[in-house]
Design a protein around this ligand. Structure first.
Ligand SMILES: Cc1cc2nc3c(=O)[nH]c(=O)nc-3n(C[C@H](O)[C@H](O)[C@H](O)COP(=O)(O)OP(=O)(O)OC[C@H]3O[C@@H](n4cnc5c(N)ncnc54)[C@H](O)[C@@H]3O)c2cc1C
Length: 196
């Protein structure tokens, strides 16, 4: 966060950061960087007090308070240099995201991804991994790396039990294949019930 003479709003910005961490940041580590460009209106004192009160939210807090005004560019660059994130260097925006800078961890190269020029929209999806939620069926249904084994008609190893969608062993996990699996499984289930 960069700041210059913003004592009226700086706490609102910090409270917004807090809200987002508490609501959406569980289990993640955050670094707070507050770069103030020699404010004389008490901004620095407000930031310092807020940071002390909320230090438990952050893995690291970096307060860069200039004694002499250096201009927004210098202040911003100082803040960027203090970033210690591995992949995301920064995500910009004011309530809505507008851009992000991603670091290639192998080459160190930085890439800026901007919001769409026409509608200004920008989205960021967190990738949470592939672990299938299949523990419930462990020891009952045949599995491979946590995915349920079926034949082409969605039959599992237990007659009358069918599996469809991402939970089963397959090469492509997409909506279209999940829906197709579901249709096949439903038909097969209907056959099974009719015949038993
Ligand atoms: C970020 C992301 C982006 C994607 N983008 C695309 C895309 O652009 N195009 C595309 O085709 N596919 C995309 N996919 C893949 C697509 O979402 C899945 O292939 C599809 O949703 C699989 O459908 P499903 O019904 O098998 O499983 P899911 O949609 O995962 O549904 C399983 C449901 O079961 C519920 N559940 C889990 N455990 C239990 C339990 N014990 N009891 C009761 N309910 C339970 C879950 O809450 C969930 O609602 C994307 C997936 C992700 C994560």
């Amino acid at each position: 966060m960069t700041c210059y003479q913003q004592s009226e709003v700086v706490l609102l910005a910090l409270e917004s950061v807090k809200y987002q961490i508490l609501h959406y940041g569980q289990g993640q580590k955050f670094q707070l960087i507050a770069a103030d460009d020699a404010s004389t209106d008490g901004s620095q004192e407000l930031i310092r007090a807020w940071a002390a009160e909320n230090q438990a939210l952050f893995a690291r807090i970096t307060l860069l308070f200039r004694e002499k005004n250096g201009g927004i560019c210098r202040n911003y660059v100082d803040a960027l240099r203090a970033v210690e994130g591995e992949r995301f260097v920064k995500v910009d925006g004011d309530d809505l995201l507008s851009s992000m800078t991603v670091k290639n961890v192998k080459t160190g190269e930085l890439t800026v991804v901007e919001a769409d020029e026409e509608d200004g929209l920008f989205g960021l999806f967190g990738f949470i991994g592939y672990n299938p939620n299949s523990k419930l069926f462990e020891g009952m249904l045949e599995m491979e790396n946590g995915y349920i084994r079926t034949d082409d008609n969605m039959h599992t190893n237990i007659p009358g039990v069918f599996a469809a969608g991402d939970i089963r062993v397959k090469s492509l996990r997409q909506v279209v294949t999940a829906a197709a699996d579901g249709a096949i499984a439903a038909m097969q289930a209907e056959h099974y019930i009719s015949n038993h």
